[in-house]
Ligand binder design. Structure first.
Ligand code: SUG
Length: 440
């Protein structure tokens, strides 16, 4: 038997990288499409992310950080036929759209980094992680190589962790990681039931009609098998096409799970909320469309809140400020807290505007990894956060990040140099030497 002592959910938040910008790269992600070309503030974005981590830490939760990627990725440049180091102005001369694709800070949305199975669920009693191939969007298709290297650096202990290769980047295997995955368990450390949510079958086209269906059922089936999950504790559920077409490009835009609670919009699943109610042991909270219209759910990111259990046992919804600013979601949240039958005991509001404008809310920014005490001790590098680490990271952001970034700035060769200096300093802070390609 695994030693499940001290099992806790650790939220690994993606540190926002120094090239955060609004390039309108994600078809089907309404915020990304609407804000294309807006002026971004990498410094404010990174500070907002760190403030979220601090709030969770102050609530008594366990917080960790995932470093950003090197941009542009030299392996991506090489794959496209450019010598690494080629000025992006020369790349732009071939295809003006490429610099934005190569400079995106999209790895900040750590919920898309991988699918994770805790040791309590797996036959070999190791924690299994499969980096997502993110093959459905051009800019994110470059993430898996660095994500795999970063996860292998942090989860290096092979006796306790297995970091798989991403699935091949073919349409049949399209995988977006934990954003389409939930885990139900009475407590984090007990054996759980895993919910894999998909938008299409492997042989269906990604976008015959409407917005792209980014995840296949086959991807979830292959991951469940390679993680060694018990088939009886795996469920595959289809997203409602209408929800995807309304802008729920990932299921975590319309549903969230914590322990045995599933909080979901009435219109999230193709077969209706009854599919969630059939999950063994689930306490399902359905938000009716009549109460919170799907459009409000998607623009406010109510369901992209983090649903967490704090050490005194209360369940809190860590919600973006947009939930407070949207009348239907604000009213629903107030009623949920007042209702003794609703498991949500309180709502905490966060300003994540910089990330939200690219379609990334609180839940997008974190990868949940349930780890026992021994597994936490086996992590490599100093990625587990305390107040001191967050202080250092804030100082680091202030030293290295620009206050403003817009499309033309991506061609500025100085930006790449600044980013390298920042990442070089970061590997020192996190104790992960040689993490980045430019350091090897
Ligand atoms: O994949 N946005 C991301 C947002 C990911 C949100 N994650 C979760 N729901 N878990 C995406 O669409 C926009 C980049 C731009 O347009 O500049 C972007 O990649």
């Amino acid at each position: 038997m695994t030693d499940t002592r001290g099992a806790r959910e650790v939220n690994f938040d993606g540190l926002v990288g120094p090239t955060h910008n609004y390039a309108g790269l994600s078809l089907g992600n309404r915020a990304s499409m609407t804000n294309a070309g807006a002026v971004a503030s990498p410094r404010r974005a990174a500070r907002q992310g760190l403030a979220k981590m601090r709030r969770l830490l102050d609530l008594g939760l366990t917080q960790a950080v995932l470093p950003p990627h090197q941009r542009p990725d030299p392996m991506a440049l090489q794959a496209l036929g450019f010598t690494p180091g080629t000025p992006l102005a020369d790349v732009a001369a071939v295809a003006p759209s490429l610099p934005a694709v190569l400079m995106s800070a999209s790895p900040m949305w750590a919920a898309n980094a991988a699918t994770v199975s805790p040791s309590a669920d797996t036959t070999d009693e190791r924690v299994h992680l499969t980096p997502a191939n993110l093959s459905s969007t051009t800019h994110r298709s470059f993430e898996p190589a660095q994500t795999t290297a970063i996860l292998r650096a942090i989860f290096a202990d092979r006796d306790r962790f297995a970091v798989h290769d991403p699935l091949p980047p073919a349409p049949a295997f399209a995988d977006e990681g934990a954003a389409n995955h939930g885990r139900l368990a009475r407590e984090h450390g007990t054996a759980g039931t895993q919910l894999f949510v998909y938008g299409r079958e492997a042989d269906e086209p990604a976008s015959a009609a409407g917005f792209p269906r980014r995840q296949t059922r086959l991807a979830g089936q292959l991951i469940a098998r390679s993680h060694g999950l018990h088939p009886a504790r795996v469920h595959h559920v289809r997203q409602a096409p209408a929800a995807i077409d309304a802008g729920a490009f990932h299921n975590d835009v319309v549903s969230v799970v914590n322990t045995d609670v599933v909080l979901t919009h009435e219109l999230a699943f193709a077969d209706g909320p009854a599919v969630a109610e059939r999950l063994p042991g689930a306490r399902v909270v359905v938000v009716p469309d009549g109460r919170v219209p799907l459009d409000d759910a998607i623009s406010s990111y109510l369901f992209n809140s983090q649903l967490v259990t704090v050490p005194d046992g209360r369940m809190l919804l860590i919600a973006p400020a947009e939930v407070e600013a949207t009348p239907s979601t604000a009213a629903w949240a107030a009623d949920a807290v007042a209702d003794p039958d609703n498991p949500i005991d309180g709502v905490e509001i966060l300003d994540l505007r910089e990330s939200m404008r690219n379609g990334g809310g609180p839940a997008c920014l974190r990868l949940r990894v349930v780890l026992t005490e021994r597994e936490r001790a086996a992590l490599s590098g100093g990625v587990l956060a305390d107040a001191g680490l967050l202080d250092r990271l804030e100082g680091w952001v202030d030293d290295h990040y620009r206050d403003q970034l817009e499309a033309d700035d991506l061609l500025d060769p100085a930006l790449e140099d600044e980013a390298h200096r920042a990442l070089d300093a970061l590997t020192g802070i996190l104790g992960l030497p040689g993490l980045y390609p430019f350091q090897r």
